[in-house]
Design a protein around this ligand. Structure first.
Ligand SMILES: Cc1ncc(COP(=O)(O)O)c(C=O)c1O
Length: 424
């Protein structure tokens, strides 16, 4: 299998694009594989190699790539104009569908990325509560804006430090960082700071430090403690929304967030972010209220058509249960086949992580950091040589679509086993 074209393209791209890529997660050693097209469960590179795709554009493609119904609806929208900068009926239709699926959302706003959604949700929470501080989890990723690009200091719960040059320390100090799955640390924060906390933001299933489901009714606990302290609960369902259940992870955990953020699948693979919640909170947003948020491309016709078509296909073709079954299958087979190879397989629904660790269970960010990242990198490249495109980092979750077949899953597990045996 040759990767020569990818290698050359990377050298060429580096002359014009920072690091040769447009998002750091796409850069990996020794050079990123340059893809050219995708269909169903498969993706194809510039050297003519074919891969079974378990990254699925970092999550959005639960229908598999280039689903014909999504393509058709996007084409119809394209014919009518792809940036009108006015109100359109289709935006209302997508919003209606989503509010029907999520009991916690009365009203919502469509934006362009998950980053914009969480940034705006946090501003809204601060405006609504008239408080400044937020709590986030160590290793939790909510996009690349300043309030959430904050890392934990040492200790159980800390006022954050900037995670990147350019994030003002004066802003980072308003973000309190706590370990995931740690109820005591959160109780401690609320005891000390309760009256200053505008919101706690969390993914309902950790999905950016590998897949780490919550333990011991953790999400319900987050709901209760935020309510008791008059703080808002922002559940970031950018990954889990329209993937784990029709009503998101909130349906599974029987919890209603004050503000929910969505993205990825909601646009069917076109750029999108959404934030929404109860009427009394959302009405604080401009133009009804005073918390400002705006965007030239928000509710873009192609994105909205892609999102609507995706949700329609999900309904008609039982997509989520099928993808969930695929997830169960691959996790079960991987557990059986790789148990002697220092792996821990975790996940839920159609998400999974293969942690290269001796730990029996990965519970939080510091556990993930004990994994063998170098070996993961080698595994990623060796799998690519066998036609399996896995997420490029141990921190990224692997996804299944409803298009992956039993035979493909079987082949994948067998190839993972062979690769890991050879890396021992
Ligand atoms: C949970 C979560 N929130 C927010 C984001 C940011 O979304 P975007 O990359 O569309 O800005 C991501 C991206 O991976 C995410 O996983």
């Amino acid at each position: 299998m040759s990767f020569e074209n990818s290698k050359d393209l990377f050298e060429w791209s580096k002359k014009y694009l920072v690091g040769g890529v447009n998002s750091p997660a796409r850069a990996y050693d020794p050079f990123p594989i340059f893809m050219k097209k995708a269909k169903g469960s498969k993706i194809y590179d510039k050297d003519g190699n074919e891969y079974l795709d378990y990254s699925l554009a970092f999550g959005p493609q639960i229908l598999g790539h280039t689903h014909p119904e999504v393509k058709e609806k996007a084409k119809e929208a394209l014919e009518k104009g792809w940036a009108l900068g006015t109100a359109t009926e289709a935006e209302g239709k997508l919003a209606k569908k989503i509010t029907n699926q999520f009991s916690s959302i009365d009203k919502l706003r469509i934006v362009n990325t998950g980053t914009e959604a969480t940034m705006s949700a946090i501003r809204l929470a601060r405006g609504y509560t008239d408080k400044d501080k937020i709590i986030k989890f160590d290793g939790g990723y909510h996009g690349s804006h300043d309030s959430v690009l904050v890392k934990a200091g040492s200790g159980a719960s800390t006022h954050g430090a900037p995670d990147s040059p350019g994030v003002p320390a004066d802003l980072a100090k308003h973000t309190i960082v706590v370990p995931w799955n740690d109820k005591e640390a959160i109780k401690e924060v609320f005891k000390k700071e309760g009256e200053n906390i505008a919101a706690l933001i969390s993914e309902p299933i950790f999905g950016n430090t590998g897949c780490i489901p919550p333990k011991n009714n953790f999400i319900k606990f987050l709901r209760d403690i935020t309510e008791e302290n008059n703080s808002l609960l922002i559940l970031d369902e950018v990954i889990t929304g329209f993937r784990v259940a029709r009503g998101g992870a909130q349906e599974i955990f029987d919890v209603e967030a004050d503000i929910t953020t969505l993205g990825k699948i909601a646009g069917g693979g076109f750029p999108i972010g959404i934030f929404g919640g109860k009427e009394k909170i959302m009405s604080e947003l401009s133009p009804q209220g005073e918390v400002y948020q705006a965007g030239t491309f928000s509710g873009n016709p192609l994105t909205v058509a892609g999102g609507l078509a995706t949700l329609e296909v999900q309904e008609k073709q039982n997509v989520i249960p099928k993808a969930n079954k695929n997830g169960e299958k691959i996790r079960k087979m991987l557990k059986e086949e790789t148990k002697e190879l220092d792996t821990t397989i975790q996940g839920t629904s159609s998400m999974f992580s293969l942690f290269l660790t001796q730990k029996d269970e990965v519970l939080n960010y510091s556990d993930v950091q004990e994994s063998d990242f170098e070996k993961y990198q080698k595994m990623h490249r060796e799998l690519a040589k066998k036609g399996i495109y896995f997420p490029p980092s141990q921190y990224e979750v692997a996804f299944l679509s409803y298009k992956h077949t039993d035979e493909e899953i079987k082949q994948t597990v067998s190839k993972i086993k062979t690769v890991l045996e050879n890396l021992l």
